[in-house]
Design a protein around this ligand. Sequence first.
Ligand SMILES: NC(=O)c1ccc[n+]([C@@H]2O[C@H](COP(=O)([O-])OP(=O)(O)OC[C@H]3O[C@@H](n4cnc5c(N)ncnc54)[C@H](OP(=O)(O)O)[C@@H]3O)[C@@H](O)[C@H]2O)c1
Length: 241
Amino acid sequence: MSKLALITGANRGLGLETARQLGALGFEVLLGARDARAGAAAAAKLREQGVKAEALLLNVASEPSIAAAATEVAARYRSLDVLINNAGVLLDDHAKPPSAQSLDVWHRTFEINFFGTIAVTRAFLPLLRAAPAARIVNLSSRLASLTLHSDPSSSIYHSKDAAYNVSKTAVNAWTVSLAYELRDTPIKVNAAHPGHVKTDMGGESAPVELVDGAKTSVALATLGAEGPSGSFIYMGEVLPW
Ligand SMILES: NC(=O)c1ccc[n+]([C@@H]2O[C@H](COP(=O)([O-])OP(=O)(O)OC[C@H]3O[C@@H](n4cnc5c(N)ncnc54)[C@H](OP(=O)(O)O)[C@@H]3O)[C@@H](O)[C@H]2O)c1
């Protein structure tokens, strides 16, 4: 029987490419999407490429939506092998300094990037515990690194989209906390930086192609028993917190 992976925000961008690559490795993939039509179209596209893919209606900012999705998956499958918390938004106004971002931007960013990650994980944890050795991957960003943000010589020193960056720093802290909680289980939980990738979020001039951007998530989703847990990784390298 093939392993089952759920990827949130999988109707486009890195989520869709990650689903495609896991599908090519033989995973059955559930494409989380907050828009049913966009999810169905993405799943149909993957099925045309030979991937066992289905859409799952899942708005990570809505507790009823998350609960309904978890109920549906539990009714159809005994366990979940991989959860990739990929859905994310970057809402900061680049022209404004950190203190001038509106509180509304902070709230909406945290709702999806941070609380969404926690809520989805909590809902699917029973199914993940039921798998032999589940993997949880949280999409973070190099922009989450406090070490790099404090270093004037770092290339991200001036990239202060504060609401987005801080939401991903919080995702990293959550990753460490959950990895601690699960340390005596076979489950591994890690934070991934995908690179600066050509997607709607990353922009057309981003240096990393989509196919390479998904590689870190795929690697962390398929880690062996010897792999890390509670780490912050880009392409096999540990990033500074
Ligand atoms: N691209 C980069 O350079 C880069 C760098 C570092 C980290 N990341 C992280 O990688 C992840 C994927 O980014 P991306 O570049 O693929 O972004 P993207 O192209 O903008 O795609 C974002 C995805 O998240 C979904 N999403 C947003 N809010 C959602 C919600 N409430 N519920 C469910 N899905 C929701 C979107 O769905 P809709 O189509 O419905 O909007 C879309 O499928 C994000 O967490 C991002 O922060 C990206």
